[in-house]
Design a protein around this ligand. Structure first.
Ligand code: GLN
Length: 493
């Protein structure tokens, strides 16, 4: 028998239903992997006792014929989702000791459906980053290593989620994506990750970064697993005013394996100068796979693409500076004393936020300030509308869009840390869809010359996650991506 931790969610559910093993056994196997994988630094808080209790409840439910769609499936939770009674940090010092008295809607939905919580996983502080190097709890390692044997970043900000799933420390994980934080780490770690349409998953109880962009979604080893997880995470929530009241389709049913006749758009503007040849070659291979599967390839133009990064890096910091104003040493987490109230604020925020978060707050308050609001923030909002209109027009002609996910494979830690612009450039292919609020998915499509995973991105019309998943699965099938990282962290332990 294959090891329990080699199964996908779909396989594990089928085996649990047949009684081949119990949720307790499956969870026990994952708890052992989490312990053996500590050197990867993916987990911030491990919750093994809670996991076993949830597994027992899943076993009992299954016996009683009342198993939910995720009964007994062990998951890792990005440490940005409030988890009742479990430390929630956003990987920031400023939330020291914050134990929420409530549960986020997305995680509540997962527990309602029987999933098991293995613990919380690390992220770039407040989800700001593309490498998971800015966590107060230290960088996370990508389980993949290139031929040179050097460490690689897992991508970010959902780097802990991606590492946990790729290293088989969890069957799946939650992520959040503001400008690419599900898709880019999925690409860097050889996973399927989907950011659904803005409003599809509730933001209630997710620590806010940029509220008009933040969306939750799953990271998993297969497209089918991502579809299963999304089905539980999604849904209307009256507590989030931007949540959309539409029924959640059966995403798994959408995986028909048939994309004949679908029109797939290839945006000219994504052929950016400076993109490595192997990324362009991978994209071209993807285009051929779509043709082979009977889809029709259509050349499209998204003319405002070149302004997307600049727009995002005005809008996102503006919203972040407002959202992060609440961390003042009074209500949550850390407090650094001062001689008066203002000094206490300054000391707390100075000590509690890392450099990248401080940089975003500075940019955000600047672009929102009276003298610069029109020149930066208002202008960015207008360009954001143009970017959304580009997609609207394109989706009049095509059913989905295929692009690379990221302009490179996973990079070496420290390579971009001193140069925020080069770090921001990593989001060049993911940010436009975030600004437009449309669904996007990364699917593993191949390996770089030095043996690291590369993803392709599929974008769809608002609320057409089903098409995105269906196309994604065809990429997955054609790519026959079965490589996996060697478990070097176990040998080292
Ligand atoms: N890398 C982007 C940023 O730093 C996106 C992060 C995210 O999607 N949370 O803002």
């Amino acid at each position: 028998m294959t090891s329990l931790t080699d199964l996908t969610i779909a396989e594990a559910l089928a085996a649990l239903d047949k009684g081949e093993f119990t949720a307790r056994e499956l969870t026990g196997a994952y708890i052992a992997e989490v312990e053996a994988g500590r050197s990867l630094n993916a987990f911030t808080t491990e919750t093994p006792e809670q996991a076993l209790a949830m597994a027992d409840a899943a076993d009992a439910a299954r016996k009683a014929g009342e198993a939910g769609p995720l009964a007994g499936i062990p998951l890792a939770i990005k440490d940005l989702f409030c988890t009742k009674g479990v430390l929630t940090t956003a990987s920031s010092h400023i939330l020291d000791g914050f134990t929420p008295p409530y549960e986020s809607t997305v995680t509540s939905n997962l527990w309602r459906d029987g999933a098991v919580m293995l613990g919380t996983v690390s992220l770039d502080e407040f989800a700001m980053g593309s490498s998971n190097e800015t966590s107060y709890y230290g960088p996370v390692e990508n389980p993949w290593r290139a031929g040179d044997g050097k460490s690689r970043v897992p991508g970010g900000s959902s780097g802990g989620s991606a590492t946990a799933v790729a290293a088989r420390l969890a069957l799946g994980a939650t992520g959040t994506d503001t400008g690419g934080s599900i898709r880019q780490p999925a690409s860097f770690c050889g996973l399927a990750g989907i950011k659904p349409t803005y409003g599809r998953c509730s933001r209630w109880g997710i620590i806010a970064f940029a509220s008009s962009l933040d969306q939750a979604g799953p990271l998993a080893r297969t497209v089918e697993d991502a579809a299963i997880l999304l089905g539980s995470m999604a849904g209307f929530d009256p507590r989030d005013s931007t949540s959309i009241d539409r029924p959640v389709p059966d995403y798994r049913k959408a995986l028909t394996g048939d994309i004949r006749g679908l029109k797939i758009g290839i945006p000219a503007e994504y052929r950016m100068e400076g993109t490595p040849a192997e990324i362009i070659e991978l994209w071209d291979r993807g285009i051929q796979w779509m043709k082979d599967a009977g889809a029709q390839i259509v050349d499209i133009s998204l003319p405002h693409t070149q302004y997307a990064l600049a727009t995002y890096y005005v809008v996102a910091p503006a919203e972040a500076s407002s959202n992060l104003a609440r961390y003042d040493g009074v209500r949550y987490g850390l407090r650094e004393p001062g001689n008066n109230l203002i000094e206490m604020y300054e000391n707390t925020r100075g000590a509690g936020f890392g450099h990248e978060v401080q940089r975003r707050i500075l940019i955000g308050t600047y672009v929102l300030s009276a003298g610069y609001y029109d020149a930066y923030y208002l202008k960015a909002q207008k360009v954001r509308t143009l970017i959304a209109q580009d997609f609207e027009q394109a989706f009049g002609r095509v059913d989905a869009i295929l692009t690379p996910t990221a302009p490179s494979a996973a990079f070496v830690p420290g390579e971009k840390s001193d140069d925020p612009i080069s770090m921001y450039l990593n989001d060049v292919f993911t940010v436009p869809a975030s600004l437009a609020g449309i669904p996007g998915m990364s699917v593993p499509a191949g390996l770089s010359a030095d043996g690291l995973p590369l993803g392709l991105q599929i974008l769809g019309r608002p609320f057409e996650e089903e098409t995105v998943l269906r196309v994604g699965q065809m990429v997955e099938k054609a790519a026959r991506f079965d490589a996996r990282p060697g478990a070097w962290w176990k040998e080292a332990a």
